[in-house]
Design a protein around this ligand. Structure first.
Ligand code: HEC
Length: 145
């Protein structure tokens, strides 16, 4: 039996060099430098992992497929319920773009994750909108659940 189990040759995850780097980077960082003193995860990392494949690292999207988040009225505007709903449940109102899947639900985003991503997008690529708080986001996430 032991010989059989040993023969199964499981990948050796004790060797950190073969584990994708993002698995480690996703761990929450110390130091409450975000609004309200909350210990938020790294919004830039979360964006890279969950959003950049479509919206691109430069936030400019892909014409005819993925809209830009740079200069987006949703990202920089005041309708936080729409913004949070898009992140959690996906979005598909316009025929000229592809369909955004429910990225947040699939990834089990916490209010902290969503807040960190929103604040990253609201302050990147020339966007200059007021940061949102975990409290604001949590109220909306509870409501749209
Ligand atoms: C699989 C591709 C894909 C991924 C991954 C993705 N999106 Fe989207 N996103 C889209 C598409 C497509 C639309 C436009 C849908 C439409 O208008 O019909 C969109 C629209 C949006 C909008 C509305 C922009 C506007 O100005 O109308 C926001 C905000 C947004 N996404 C944020 C995010 C965030 C934040 C993430 C990561 C958590 C993310 N998206 C991940 C494909 C994606």
């Amino acid at each position: 039996m032991v010989a059989y189990l040993k023969s199964l040759k499981q990948a050796d995850f004790t060797d950190k060099s073969i584990v994708p780097a993002f698995l480690y980077k996703q761990q929450k960082k110390e130091g409450g430098n975000e609004q309200g003193g909350a210990n938020l995860p790294d919004g830039a990392e979360l964006f890279t992992t969950n959003c950049a494949s479509c919206h691109q690292a430069n936030g400019e999207g892909v014409p005819g497929a993925f809209p830009p988040l740079k200069g987006s009225p949703v990202v920089t505007g005041g309708d936080l319920e729409l913004y949070v709903t898009i992140i959690m449940k996906g979005y598909d109102p316009r025929p000229e773009f592809a369909t955004m899947p429910p990225v947040g639900m699939n990834a089990n985003f916490t209010p902290e994750d969503v807040t960190a991503i929103m604040n990253h997008e609201r302050t990147s690529w020339g966007n200059n909108a007021k940061k949102v708080t975990v409290e604001e986001v949590k109220v909306i996430m509870d409501k749209i659940k």
